[in-house]
Ligand binder design. Structure first.
Ligand SMILES: Cc1ncc(COP(=O)(O)O)c(C=O)c1O
Length: 374
């Protein structure tokens, strides 16, 4: 992985372990942003180029998720993707129920609860002691009034990874579609979308996918063709350039979950980041970061720290209990070790560009600030 690490200049001066918040910037991602300005300066208006850039991002996302580009919608954020999906699945008054969890990122909970004004009923399934989904409670909750089951893949607060297969199986056995928020795993954990069998999967490119803010996405399986969003825009039309103001004619593939003009400057770095990720390979990246995750867990335990993330099912991020999480992040930053925190936990998130030395460095820094660990 050394040859890839060299393409991230931040490692020349900083121990960067915060990919769960924002990925490190690669040389080619930086250059692609400048490339956007070069294109604009040289050619002026670039509508056709922009559509083709969006399609390039779509194709690369399809490659990452081992699916077809027709199952990929490129959006401005994960929130935009979830909102569009929500507007499509909550249309039948006989099915007002949304079954979700206690592990969601705020945007997902908020989008579902925003629908209560139109009659939605939102149910949160409790977590088990090892931060999984309480399957008994899920079994009791999913009924014939349920419109969707909405679950997170990896929890942004504690790093626990949900076993999605039984959740999808249970929902599908009752004819209920499943939305997976995989923002905390995409780009780090290999996901085969067709094999997973979820109906929808949302995420964005700015974390483990090495892009910048401004590009999210939704994957929509062919089974979702009956769901048509009312949160929409002209880039979701069957023919973007038909320019028809007298009819709504959405694309029949996943593109119908798109909206207006994409955040064009960010499509360039999204394509570059995804290109680099595909060059590394998802399987190889995950194998590497899983090893670092285990080294990190042992390092924290050796210091006498408390790891929150379950050992048996986890994503790329390791959460550690802190007495004052913000003070700990600031203290580490003073040592040029970049992490983040949520909910009282320190979050340390290695990716393929990190190495065993980074883990040793963060371990030594944690030892120095031991008083801030619980
Ligand atoms: C798990 C998860 N879901 C959703 C989001 C929100 O994504 P966006 O800001 O693109 O809507 C985030 C952002 O960090 C996240 O970590």
């Amino acid at each position: 992985m050394r040859q890839f690490r060299e393409r991230f200049p931040i490692f020349e001066h900083t121990t960067y372990l915060n990919s769960c918040s924002m990925g490190a910037l690669a040389d080619e991602v930086r250059a692609s942003m400048i490339g956007y300005l070069d294109d604009l300066e040289r050619d002026g208006s670039l509508w056709a180029t922009w559509v083709s850039r969006q399609d390039e991002v779509r194709r690369r996302l399809a490659q990452v998720f081992r699916t077809d580009p027709t199952q990929v919608a490129v959006t401005a954020s994960a929130s935009a993707a979830v909102s569009s999906i929500a507007s499509a699945v909550l249309t039948d008054p006989r099915r007002p129920r949304v079954i979700t969890t206690e592990l969601e990122f705020p945007t997902v909970g908020q989008i579902w609860h925003a629908r209560e004004r139109q009659g939605a009923e939102v149910v949160h399934i409790p977590s088990t002691s090892n931060l999984g989904i309480d399957m008994k409670a899920l079994d009791a909750a999913v009924d014939d009034r349920t419109a969707i089951v909405s679950v997170t893949h990896v929890c942004y607060r504690n790093g626990a990874m949900t076993d999605l297969a039984p959740v999808i199986e249970l929902a599908h056995s009752r004819g209920v579609p499943v939305l997976v928020d995989a923002y905390q795993s995409v780009g780090a954990v290999p996901i085969d979308f067709p094999a997973l069998g979820a109906d929808f999967l949302v995420g964005g490119v700015l974390k483990y996918m090495l892009g910048l803010p401004g590009v999210g996405f939704a994957l929509a399986s062919p089974a979702t063709v009956q769901y048509v969003p009312s949160i929409t825009g002209w880039f979701a039309a069957r023919d973007i350039f038909a320019m028809d103001i007298h009819a709504y004619d959405p694309a029949v593939d996943a593109r119908r979950f798109e909206g207006g003009t994409p955040v064009v400057p960010c499509l360039y770095p999204a394509a570059a980041g995804l290109g680099l990720l595909l060059e590394v390979g998802l399987d190889r990246a995950w194998e590497h970061s899983r090893r670092l995750h285990e080294q990190l867990r042992q390092t924290v335990l050796d210091i006498g720290g408390t790891v929150v993330t379950p050992a048996e099912h986890h994503g790329p991020m390791l959460a550690v209990e802190a007495t004052d999480d913000h003070a700990l992040v600031a203290a580490l930053e003073g040592d040029r070790v970049i992490t983040s925190c949520r909910d009282g936990n320190l979050r340390i998130s290695p990716h393929f560009y990190n190495n065993a030395d980074d883990i040793e460095i963060v371990g030594k820094a944690l030892q120095r600030h031991r008083h801030l660990l619980r």
